[in-house]
Design a protein around this ligand. Sequence first.
Ligand code: HEM
Length: 494
Amino acid sequence: LYLRIRSARRMEGIRLPKCVPALPIIGSLLAMRGTPNPHILFKDMQKKYGELFAFMMGSHYTVIVNKNKHAREVLHKKGKIFCGRPTTVTTDILTREGKGIAFSDYGPAWRFHRKLVHNSLNMFGEGSASLERIISREANAMCETLTEYQHISIDMAPELTRAITNVVCTLCFNSSYKRGDPEFESMLKYSQGIVDTVAKDSLVDIFPWLQLFPNKDLQILKKSVAERDKLLNKKYNERKTDFNADEEKDLMDSFLRAKRNLENDDMRVKEVGLTDDHVLMTLADIFGAGVETTSTVMKWMIAYLIHYPEVQKKIQEEMDNNIGLDRQPSLSDRGRLPYLEATIREVLRIRPVTPLLVPHVAIKDSSIGEYTIPKGARVVINLWSIHHDDNDWLDPDKFDPGRFLDEEGQLILAPSPSFLPFGVGIRVCLGEALAKMELFLFMGWLLQRFSLAIPEGHSLPDLQGKFGVVLQPDKFKVDAKLRDIWLKNQQDSS
Ligand code: HEM
C-alpha cells in the first residue's frame, strides 16, 4: 500500500488527502502525543490539514473523515467499496481471527451471520416472547432494586449493565441473571477487561510486533477472553445436548438449526462459517456490541440529567401528563413522549458512544470527494466531528434536547443530516431498533418513578469521557429517590 501511495503521489490527476507528517515506522504518531482523546484531536486537526486528511497509524495508511457528506459517501453511496474491516492484534484475540460480525471482513461469512442475527432479532418482535415484554421485565427488576437502594448513594452502572445484559442473554440463550449471581459478576469483570483493552488504537494494534514483548493490556485481554469463552462454551454445550429443532427460542437455536440444515453440505458450511468457533464468536459479538454500547448511553443520559435537572423535570412532567402513574410506559407511548425521545437523541449526538465508529477498509481503489483512496486504506469516520460540526448544529457543544423538536414540540427525526449515532449503509448497527426500544423503555420506567440527583458533597459527573472501544463516562454516584408523587399515588391506591 505504501509503495502504491508513493507512486500515486507522483501521478498526474491524482489527488491524495493531505497527510499528517509521518516518520518511518512510527508514522504520524508523534502528533498524538499526550492526547487521550483521538476524536477531539482529529476534529481539531481539520484546521491544519483540511476536513479529510490522512494519518499514518504506524505503517497503516488511515483516512480520517470529519464531514457528514464524506461519511455518507463512504458508508452509503460507496458502502460496498468501503465495507472491509482491518485486522488488528486485539480484535483478532477477541474474535478468533476476525470471526463474528462487527470486526469481521466483508465476505460470505459476514453476510450469512449478519442476516441470521437480523432475522432472529425480528422473530422476537413478532413471536410470543416479544422484545417489549423482555425489556419491561428487566426494567421492572431494575426499578425494584433501585427502590431498595433509594436511601443510599449508589453507582447505578452495575444495575444498568445487569438489565441490558439480561435482555441480550434472553435473546442469545433464553436465560437471565438474578442480582449477585456469581456468573454475572464474572461477566461484568471480564467485559470491563475487554472494554479497557480492545481496539483503542493501542500501540500493539499499530505495531503488531510489540506483542512479542510482555504487555500488561494484552495479558488482561487474553485472560478476559478466556473467561468469556469458558462461559460461552458451557452455555453452547448445554444447549447442543438438549436442542429441539421444532422450537426456536433464541439466537443459539437459530444457529443450531442453520447448522443442522447444512449438515451434509461441507462446502457451504465452510463458505458461510458455521463451525462452532464461528457461532460462538457471533454470540460473543452480540454481547460485546449489544451490552456495552446501550448501557453506556444510559450512563451518559443519567450524567446529563443530573447536570440538567430542568430537563429531567420536563421529561417527568411530560410523562405525568401523558401516561400518569397508574401504568408503566410502553412502546406504544413513543409518540406521546417526544421530549423523552428528543433527550435520548441529544445524548446520542453529544456523546456518541463510538466516536470513531468501527474502522472501515477500502476493498477496491476508490475516491472520497475529489480525493483518490487506494485499496487497503483504512477509513475512520469521526462521528465526533460530525455531531459537533458548527455548520450543521447550532451551538453544538450545548446540551439541548429542544433541537430535536419542532415548534409544536413534536419530534423531528433528523434536524440535521449530520446525525449518525448508529452509522448508515451496509455496516449499519444491527441492533439499532433494539437499542432504541431499550433506551426508551428503561429511561421511561426509571424517570416515571425516580428523581436522580448528585449526592450531597459530591461533584457533578465529569462529561468528557474516557476513550476506548466505547466512550465511557467516569464512575459517579447518584441519589435515586422515589418521587413524592409516585409514593403518594401508591399510598392512595393501596
Ligand atoms: C445505543 C446503542 C448502540 C449504538 C450507539 C450502536 C452503534 C453502532 C455503530 C456506530 C456501529 C458501527 C457502524 C459502522 O461500522 O459503520 C455498530 C455496529 C454494530 N452494532 Fe451497534 N450500537 C448500539 C447497540 C447495539 C445492539 C443492542 C446490538 C445487538 C444486539 C448491536 C450490534 C451491532 C453489530 C453486530 C454491529 C456490527 C455491524 C457490522 O459490522 O456489520 N449494536 N453499532
